[in-house]
Write a protein that binds this ligand. Sequence first.
Ligand code: SF4
Length: 344
Amino acid sequence: MTSTEPIDPSAVVASGLSGLGKVFPPPKALLARRLLATGRPATAEEFARQGLQLSAEERRCLDEWLARGLVTGIVGETRSRDGTVKLLLGLRDGKKVETVAMPVGACCVSTQVGCAVGCRFCASGLFGVERHLSPDEIVEQVVHARRFLRIDRVVYMGMGEPSHNLDNVLTAIARVKDEVLISPRRQTLSTVGGVRALEKMRAATVRPCLALSLHTADEVRRKELLPNAHKDPLRDIVAAADAYGRDVGTPVQFEWTLLGGINDRDEDVEQLCALLEGVRGYVNFIVYNKVDGLPFEAPPRERIVAMARAVKARGILAKIRDSSGPDAEAACGQLRLRDRGGVQ
Ligand code: SF4
């Protein structure tokens, strides 16, 4: 390949996002990554159009970098009836993670291989955590997703608990802003807490929107449902989330996966409203998606609607979220590998 030839968008996958910074001055490295991430041709002409001239040595470096390849590759793809695409990505050490591109323009990315929190209702936590994903491995998920659907929002809600890999996730958020041109206001980090992670996020230079996974407002029940979540008192976690949301200027999403007979009772609504009193945010009721082998069911629809109404009646905004792609096991809580080898 010569550096004057346009790059076929499919060649984005055969090129690379990382490593160029070592041999390329930062503005040129950033432009090269940005061109690749947005599927535009990385040519010397494109650089010149942006006021950056490439030397012969830099052209050679760019060609080498393009030929080296991404650190992730698509090894499986499942499409659901609603247009959702679930991608299985292979990593260089043979491990695999999943990414979901949704027709609403959002991409749900993974941040770890597996998850240590072990929520009882979630497929991703069934086998514990194997390792963190690197910033490259996170950013490239968005690049892959953009090959299938128009993506202008990123949610860090796939496999893994982002707060357990916070440095890499924050780096990835900054890179998605700079390279993929998706602002942090259109990126949402979803976490179970605790206070220290939220304070660290608050002090960071790039700050995404925040979703805090509650699932219950009862301390004892939360320890049962989310056995390895941080043990800070819920009130402290919610206060830290509220402080973050006020600082960043976006309301916090409080996520509540609806499990029939477990967190859909009148007393659950009462506890939730008491916990969120005076907090700037809204409740996202997530309709549970059945996971084979787990003993949970979504409540009946009328109960879900009644809960949302009861919360709204207390002056707290509540939404009901039906996840994308349940028939492809791409919905919230369903991400996992079919076996520990991972190929579906
Ligand atoms: S719901 Fe999130 S935090 Fe809980 S096990 Fe699944 S991926 Fe981990």
